[in-house]
Every structure is written in structure tokens, then in C-alpha cells.
Write a protein that binds this ligand. Structure first.
Ligand SMILES: Nc1ncnc2c1ncn2[C@@H]1O[C@H](COP(=O)(O)OP(=O)(O)OP(=O)(O)O)[C@@H](O)[C@H]1O
Ligand SMILES: [Mg+2]
Length: 335
């Protein structure tokens, strides 16, 4: 096509922005292909208010009486549409209609939400680091003090029993503080060349006793070359936490399925179990620090997992599949 063959109609056809023209009765008289893609193929001759729902009341009356709309949003099916509108004037200076510009901003909104979530989690990370630091020292002093109490070798006194209970609770608190430190630990990764097949083997070995005792079957589906560049210790922590949760959910007599495969850009790691699954209303909360439904849980397991995967520039998703829960990780495999 020669340059002279270009005209304004061609430009509007190829524009990746939706453009609509309405008359003073709010009827759509023109819509370019992008506008039809966003709002539906048969929008011409329809009233704009029947096409753009959930808008402020009288918005188009305002536009048709000369008001400019810089930025507004409405929903169309699954899409979030951003739009701006300006009045169109006739020769006599009266408003004869309006031109409307539409953009699909669904992805932008999702990205903004993701960024807000990251900011919130980063702030939380700092708070957790501060708290862990503040708790660790007094806890160590309390432990030393309690341990130094002596009860003349008698194990039958109440004081001796209280000492055991307090020491037991201190150990629990130490575990929580330790988890908090892991959660808040610095983002620096020590990446090396890791074969996920052998890493999985070693991780499972740590659970072998419990797996046998609880009659849990582990189905491994490890396909192809599974070498990637990751922080080995941190990925072991990830798998540990996912296996622990799966086993806690199963209790006894069940199955954990571990699938790892090489995608185009990512390693895909999936840990599935056939426990009761995650109640759908708590799925959005499981990666939030301290969220737990277990009486003895701290709720830091999955938030540590989430943070490690994020630091690797990967993603993790929690879903339910079949009878149980399924965690899917995508880890960039490049150096
Ligand atoms: N495999 C799973 N099946 C069902 N629910 C799960 C599973 N994994 C996690 N959850 C839910 O997500 C919550 C948060 O998990 P997370 O590992 O962060 O904390 P926790 O296991 O409760 O405690 P912690 O890991 O700190 O001991 C759990 O309390 C549970 O409700
Ligand atoms: Mg857990």
C-alpha cells in the first residue's frame, strides 16, 4: 500500500484504541473495530447507556451539554474499560454529539493491584524483621533465667512442672521467631546450578519416616532435564513447607503428587495432595503472613514460600484440584 492510500478511516481501523461517535440522542453512529472488540460487534445504532453499564448517572447528559470527561471507568463483561469523552460541536456551535475514547485497562489494574500487594508485603517483611529482633533477646534472657531455677533435684514439685511448661512454650516461641527471621531474611539469593530431580530426592528422604508411618504415597512425575539456576537451600525450604502442609492436610492414608516439568521459560513445579483441599474463601489469604487455620500453626509457612518464589522472580498459585489442594510454581530457569 502506498502512503497516499492511508487516510483517516484506515487509521481509525488499525488504531489499538476504541473510538465511538454518538449523536445528541446518545445513539452510537460510528465505532471503530477496537471499540467493537471491547464492547461487542453490534453496538452501532444502540444507545450508549445500554452498552456502557454502571456509569455515573446523567454522565452522557453532562457530556452532551458540553462537559469533558478526562478519565472514567466501567465494566464490560470481564473487562475493565477506561474512557474519556469530549463533546462534538456542529457548525452553529451547538453540541451535536460526543466522541468517546476507550482503552482496555484490565491488565493495568491487575498489575497495579499486584504492585500494591508487593508493597504491603514488603512493609510487613520489615515489621516482621523488627519484631523478630525485638523478641529474640528478651526470650533468650527468659530462657536462661528459667533454666537456672533449681528445685533441689525434685521432679515432683509444682514449680518443676511449671518450669517444664514454660520451657516448652519458649521452644515454641523460638520456632516462631525463627520462622519470622526466615520470612524477613534478606532477598539475596545464592544461585547455583541445581538438578531438581536430586533436590526432590533429598527433600523426600527427610520425610521418608513420616511418609511410611502415615501410609502416604508419593507419586513423582519428573520429566526431562530438570537443571536450573536457583538458591538450593531456599527451594528446599519451599518444598519442605509444601510437603508439610500436604501431609498435615492428608493426615493418614493419602497421596501426594509431585510434578516437575520444563516449560519454555520456566520450570513448573506442582505439589498436589488429596487431603480436604483449601476452602475457596481462604485461597486469597493463604500467602499472607500469620494466616493459619491450624491451632498449632504460625501461618508463616506459605508466606515464606511465596517470598522465596517472588525473590526468584517466579510465581506461585494455590488452587483446588480433585479432592485436595494444588500449589503450582513457575520458576525462571535461566542463569
Ligand atoms: N495442602 C493444603 N491443603 C489444605 N489447606 C492448606 C494446604 N496448605 C495450606 N493450607 C491452608 O493455608 C493455611 C496457611 O498455610 P501456612 O503453611 O502458611 O501456615 P500453617 O501451615 O497453618 O502454619 P505453619 O506452616 O506456620 O506451621 C493453612 O493454615 C491452611 O488453612
Ligand atoms: Mg504450613
Amino acid at each position: 500500500m502506498k502512503i497516499k492510500d492511508f487516510n483517516i478511516a484506515k487509521l481509525l481501523e488499525s488504531l489499538p484504541t476504541g473510538l465511538i461517535l454518538i449523536d445528541q440522542n446518545k445513539i452510537i453512529i460510528e465505532a471503530n473495530p477496537e471499540a467493537k472488540k471491547l464492547l461487542g460487534r453490534k453496538i452501532e445504532s444502540k444507545n450508549i447507556e445500554s452498552v456502557c453499564k454502571n456509569l455515573e448517572e446523567n454522565l452522557f447528559d453532562d457530556i452532551l451539554s458540553g462537559k469533558h470527561i478526562e478519565r472514567s471507568v466501567f465494566e464490560s463483561g470481564d473487562l475493565l474499560i477506561g474512557f474519556s469523552a469530549s463533546p462534538v460541536y456542529g457548525n452553529n456551535g451547538n453540541v451535536v454529539g460526543s466522541s468517546i475514547i476507550l482503552r482496555d485497562i484490565t491488565e493495568i489494574r491487575e498489575m497495579e493491584e499486584e504492585l500494591r500487594k508487593k508493597d504491603r508485603l514488603a512493609a510487613l517483611g520489615e515489621m516482621v524483621a523488627g519484631l523478630a529482633h525485638e523478641i529474640r533477646n528478651p526470650l533468650a534472657s527468659i530462657k536462661a533465667g528459667i533454666e537456672s531455677l533449681s528445685f533441689n533435684g525434685s521432679e515432683n514439685t509444682n514449680n518443676y512442672k511449671f518450669q517444664s511448661i514454660v520451657l516448652h512454650e519458649i521452644t515454641r516461641l523460638e520456632r516462631i521467631v525463627n520462622d519470622m527471621t526466615v520470612y524477613a531474611s534478606d532477598r539475596d539469593l545464592v544461585k547455583t546450578k541445581v538438578n531438581l530431580k536430586s533436590l526432590v530426592g533429598e527433600t523426600l528422604l527427610m520425610f521418608s519416616h513420616e511418609i511410611a508411618e502415615k501410609n502416604i504415597q508419593v507419586k513423582k512425575n519428573l520429566k526431562g532435564n530438570l537443571v536450573c539456576y536457583v538458591d538450593r537451600d531456599k527451594i528446599v525450604t519451599v518444598l519442605n513447607n509444601l510437603f508439610l502442609n500436604a501431609m498435615e492436610s492428608i493426615g493418614e492414608n493419602g497421596c501426594i503428587e509431585l510434578n516437575i516439568r520444563r516449560g519454555k521459560k520456566n520450570m513448573i513445579i506442582q505439589v498436589k495432595d488429596d487431603g480436604g483441599g483449601i476452602p475457596p474463601d481462604i485461597i486469597p489469604k493463604v500467602f499472607i503472613p500469620f494466616f493459619t487455620t491450624k491451632s498449632k500453626g504460625t501461618g508463616l509457612g506459605l508466606s515464606i514460600v511465596h517470598r522465596i518464589i517472588q525473590n526468584h522472580n517466579g510465581t506461585i498459585k494455590a488452587t483446588n484440584e480433585g479432592k485436595g489442594a494444588c500449589f503450582t510454581i513457575a520458576l525462571p530457569k535461566e542463569k
